[in-house]
Design a protein around this ligand. Structure first.
Ligand code: F6P
Length: 556
C-alpha cells in the first residue's frame, strides 16, 4: 500500500497558508453571508448536519476536499468496501459494511461471496431472538427468559450497551438486559446478585474467545448459575444436570467456535462472525445479538438499514457533500492546524448517555497511533481524545472550559426533533426546553459575548473580562427526526467513516490495536507476583515492588 504523506501534498501547503491568513470571526462570516448556514448544511440519510459554525470558509473547505483527493481517500474507501486487506498489520479485510448490506447483494472476497454467510448468521440470530422473546426458549425449569446478561468487553460490550440504552423504548416489556464487562468482581457481583437463575440467559461475546476478563466472568457466571440453581432445588448436583443448565442458559458469540465448544457451549447455540469484523466495528454483527433479543428482528433490521444508508452515502456522495468525509476532514483541520487535542461529542438525548464511551473505543483504538500502515512514523499529530456527556448535564459540569478555557475543543452537538416522552411543565414543552439549550449552546460558542455587550448589561467594570465570551469555538450540529433504530445505526456508521477518513489522511491502519498488548502481557507476568511468587516479585521494577508491598500490607 502506498501511503501519501499528507504534509507533502499541495493541499497541505494551501491549508497551511490559509490557516496563517485566517482570523476566525464567525459573527462576521454569518453577517457577511446570509447563505452561510444553508451553504454549509448537508444531509446524510435522516441526519441533518449543520457545519456552518465550524472555523472554515469556502477556500478552506475546498482545500480539505483537495487533501482527500491527494491522499487517495476514494481509493482507500473503495478498497475497504470491496474487501481488500487494508488492515495490513493483521493482513485482514475490513468489511463491517458487509454486515449491513441487504440480502441478495453479492460481495466476492478472495473468490468467495461473503453475503450468503452474513445473512445465514443473521437469520439464525433472528430465529433465536424470536424464541427468547416469544417465551419459547425456556430455562431448565421451563420458565421464559426475563434477563439477558451479555458478558464481553471492549467492542463486545460498548456497542451493545450503548445501543441497548439508546433504544430503551423499543425493548421487549418482559426482557431486561445487563452487561458484565470488568474483571473487577464487583461488576459481576452487582449485576448478578438479585437475578433469578431460572429466568436468566447469558450471552458470552468475545471475538477471540480468549479475553481474560470475558472468560473469567463467563466462568464465574457459570458457577453462579450452577450454585444458585442447585440451592433453589432447580437442578440436581450432577455433571449431567450442570451441562443441561449451560445448554439452556448460555449462548455465545465469537469468531472462534472451537473455543466456544471447549467452554461447554453447544455450537448450535453459538453465533459466528469473521476476522474481517474489528471488535469496535462489531455491534452490527452477531455481537449485537443481545440488542436483537431486546428490540426484536424488525427493529434490528431497521438498525442495520440505518448503517447501510450512511455507507451508501459515504460510498457515493462527492466529498464536498459527503458528511462523514467532511467531518473527518474538519477533525484533521482542527487537530493538525489548530493543535486541538480533544473533541467533545454532546448528545442532547439522554438515551445516548453511553455514546461517548462507545466512540472512545471506536476513535481512539482506531487512530491513537504513531506509526503508519507502512511502518514509518506518522508525520503529523494523530488521534485526538474523544469525550462527552449528555446535555444538558454537561452544561453544569465542564462546559465552562469549552466556553472560556484556553484550549480549542471542537464539539459535535446531537439532538432529536422528537422525544419518546412528550411532557409538559405547565405550558412549557420539556423537550423544547432541552432543544432550547441545544440551540443556545452552539450559538454561544460560535458568537460569544463582547466586552461591549457585557458592559451594556450594566456589569461592573472589574467583572467585564470574566464575563466576556470570545466565541469562535467550533461546533457541528446533528439533528434527526427521532432516536429510532435506523438513526442509531446511522450515527454509528457516520462516526465509523469519520474515523476512517482521519486514519486515511494520517496514513495509519485504523483497524489494528497493538497498543493494548503490552499491558495484557505484563498483567499475566505480574499476577503470580502479587501474593505468591516472591521470585516473580523480585524481578519487578522498584515502583511495582513497592505497590505490591503496599497491597500485601493492607489486604485483609
Ligand atoms: O484489548 C482490546 C480488544 O482486543 C478490543 O479491540 C476488543 O474489542 C476487546 O479487546 C475484546 O476482544 P474480544 O471480543 O476478542 O473478547
Amino acid at each position: 500500500m502506498t501511503i501519501v504523506d499528507p504534509t507533502t501534498t499541495t493541499a497541505w501547503a494551501t491549508l497551511t497558508g490559509l490557516k496563517t491568513a485566517y482570523t476566525p470571526d464567525l459573527r462576521a462570516a454569518f453577517a457577511g453571508d446570509p447563505e452561510r448556514a444553508a451553504r454549509f448544511t448537508r444531509t446524510c440519510a435522516d441526519l441533518y448536519v449543520d457545519l456552518s459554525k465550524n472555523l472554515v470558509d469556502d477556500h478552506i473547505l475546498e482545500a480539505l476536499v483537495a487533501l482527500a483527493d491527494e491522499v487517495g481517500l476514494g481509493d482507500r474507501r473503495d478498497a475497504m468496501l470491496s474487501g481488500e486487506r487494508i488492515n495490513v498489520t493483521e493482513n485482514r479485510s475490513v468489511l463491517h459494511t458487509a454486515l449491513r448490506r441487504p440480502a441478495g447483494d453479492s460481495l466476492v472476497v478472495d473468490g468467495t461471496d461473503v453475503m450468503p454467510e452474513v445473512h445465514e448468521v443473521l437469520d439464525k440470530i433472528y430465529a433465536f431472538a424470536d424464541k427468547v422473546r416469544d417465551g419459547e426458549w425456556v430455562g431448565v425449569t421451563g420458565k421464559p427468559i426475563e434477563t439477558v446478561v451479555n458478558i464481553g468487553i471492549g467492542g463486545s460490550d460498548l456497542g451493545p450497551v450503548m445501543v441497548y440504552e439508546a433504544l430503551k423504548p423499543y425493548v421487549h416489556e418482559r426482557i431486561q438486559c445487563r452487561f458484565i464487562s470488568n474483571i473487577d468482581p464487583t461488576d459481576s457481583g452487582e449485576k448478578l446478585s438479585d437475578l433469578d437463575p431460572e429466568t436468566t440467559l447469558f450471552i458470552v461475546a468475545s471475538k477471540t474467545f480468549t479475553t481474560l476478563e470475558t472468560l473469567t466472568n463467563a466462568r464465574m457466571a457459570r458457577d453462579w448459575l450452577w450454585r444458585r440453581l442447585i440451592e433453589q432445588g432447580a437442578i440436581e448436583d450432577t455433571e449431567e444436570a450442570r451441562k443441561g443448565a449451560v445448554a439452556k442458559h448460555f449462548v455465545a458469540v465469537s469468531t472462534a467456535l472451537d473455543k466456544v465448544a471447549d467452554f461447554g457451549i453447544d455450537p448450535a447455540n453459538a453465533f459466528g462472525f469473521w476476522d474481517w469484523v474489528g471488535g469496535r466495528y462489531s455491534v452490527d454483527s452477531a455481537v449485537g445479538t443481545v440488542v436483537c433479543v431486546a428490540i426484536g428482528k424488525e427493529n434490528f433490521a431497521d438498525f442495520l438499514g440505518g448503517f447501510h444508508a450512511v455507507d451508501e452515502h459515504f460510498a457515493t456522495a462527492p466529498w464536498a457533500q459527503n458528511v462523514p468525509a467532511l467531518m473527518g476532514l474538519l477533525n484533521v483541520w482542527y487537530v493538525n492546524f489548530f493543535k486541538a487535542a480533544s473533541h467533545a461529542v454532546l448528545p442532547y438525548a439522554q438515551y445516548l448517555h453511553r455514546f461517548a464511551a462507545y466512540l472512545q473505543q471506536l476513535t481512539m483504538e482506531s487512530n491513537g497511533k504513531g506509526v503508519r500502515a507502512d511502518g514509518e512514523p506518522v508525520t503529523t499529530e494523530t488521534g485526538e481524545v474523544f469525550w462527552g456527556e449528555p446535555g444538558t448535564n454537561g452544561q453544569h459540569a465542564f462546559y465552562q472550559l469549552i466556553h472560556q478555557g484556553t484550549q480549542l475543543i471542537p464539539c459535535d452537538f446531537i439532538a432529536m426533533a422528537n422525544t419518546a416522552y412528550p411532557t409538559k411543565d405547565g405550558d412549557a414543552d420539556v423537550h423544547e426546553l432541552l432543544l432550547a439549550n441545544f440551540f443556545a449552546q452552539t450559538k454561544a460558542l460560535a458568537f460569544g459575548k463582547t466586552a461591549h455587550e457585557v458592559r451594556a448589561e450594566g456589569v461592573a467594570e472589574e467583572l467585564v473580562s470574566a464575563k466576556v465570551f470570545e466565541g469562535n469555538r467550533p461546533t457541528t450540529s446533528i439533528m434527526a427526526p427521532a432516536l429510532t433504530p435506523s438513526v442509531v445505526g446511522q450515527l454509528i456508521a457516520l462516526y465509523e467513516h469519520i474515523t476512517f477518513t482521519q486514519g486515511v489522511v494520517w496514513g495509519i491502519d485504523s483497524f489494528d490495536q497493538w497498543g493494548v498488548e503490552l499491558g495484557k502481557q505484563l498483567a499475566m507476568q505480574i499476577a503470580p507476583a502479587i501474593s505468591k511468587d516472591d521470585a516473580a516479585l523480585a524481578q519487578q521494577d522498584a515502583s511495582t515492588r513497592g505497590l505490591i508491598a503496599y497491597y500485601r500490607s493492607q489486604r485483609s
